[in-house]
Design a binder for this molecule. Sequence first.
Ligand code: GDP
Length: 292
Amino acid sequence: MAIQWFPGHMHLTRKAIAERIKDIDVVIELLDARLPGSSANPLLSELTGHRPTLKILNKQDLADPARTPAWLDWYNARPGTRAIALDASERAPARRLLAACQELAPERRGLARPMRVLTCGIPNVGKSTLINSLAGRAQAKTGDEAGITKQEQRIVVADDFYLWDTPGMLWPRIIVAQSGFNLAASGAVGRNAYDEELVVLELLGYLQRHYAQALVERYKLDMAPQDVAQLHDDELLTAIGRKRGAVMSGGRVNIQKAAELVLTDLRAGAIGRVTLETPPEFEAWLAVGEAQ
Ligand code: GDP
C-alpha cells in the first residue's frame, strides 16, 4: 500500500473512548466533506459499542455542492446514523447539532440530565475549530501543540448539552489505496508518510476526469477541458508547474514544487469546490479492498 500512517497516540485514543463511552448518548464523528468515505474510521462503531452516531460532513464550503447530498443520503440510510453538512463559517451550530443528537437518542426525551456527546475525528478535519466555536471564546483551549497529547476535556455547550473531546486523535484506518491518496491530499496524513508527487499525480488523474474545467480555470491552461482530460497526468503537472512559475534554472519544471503548489491549492479550495469520491466509487474501492 502506498500510504501507511499510524500516529503514536492512537492506542491512547482507543483507551480513552472505551473509558468514556459508557456515559455517552451520541457519538459525533467529524468527516471531511471532500472525502466523506475515506475520512471515516471503519472501526468507530465497534469502538463506541455501536452508539448512535452523528456524522458531520465538515468543510462543506470546500466540497462539491452537487455531491454532498448523495453522501448525506448514504449515511442517513444507515441505522443509528444521521448526517449533516457543516462548515466553520456557521456561527452557532450548537442548536442544529443538539437537534440532530436528540433525533438520534429519542429515548432520552424527558430525562433531566443533559445530552452527553463524544466527538471524534481524524487529524485536520476541523475538530478544534468546531469545538472552539461551540465552546465560545471563554472556554476555547489554547496551547495545544502537535504531538502533545491534551487531556480529555468536557465542554458545557449549554445546560442541556455537554460535549467530551477525546484526547489524541482518531487515526484514519487506510484500508484501500485510493482512501490513502485522498487522505494525504486533504492533509489528514503526516507529511513524512507519503510522496507528494505520487499523491498529486493520483489527485490530478481524478480531477482530470471529474473537474477538468476547474483545472483549466485555476491554472489558466490554454486548452479545452476535454483536452485536459486526455493529458498524461505528469504532462499536466508539468504544464501546471510552468504556468505557476515552478521553473528551475535552465527552464526545467520543478516537479516537487509544482506538486506542493497543487496540494496547497486543493487544501485552500483554490481549485474550486471538489469532492474526491462518490458513494458508488467508495463502495467499489471497499469491495476491491475486501477481496484482497
Ligand atoms: P483538527 O486537527 O481536526 O482539530 O483541525 P483544525 O480545527 O485545526 O482545522 C484544520 C484546518 O482546517 C484549519 O486550517 C482550519 O482553519 C480549517 N478548517 C476547519 N474547519 C473548516 C471549514 O469548515 N471550512 C474550511 N474551509 N476550513 C476549515
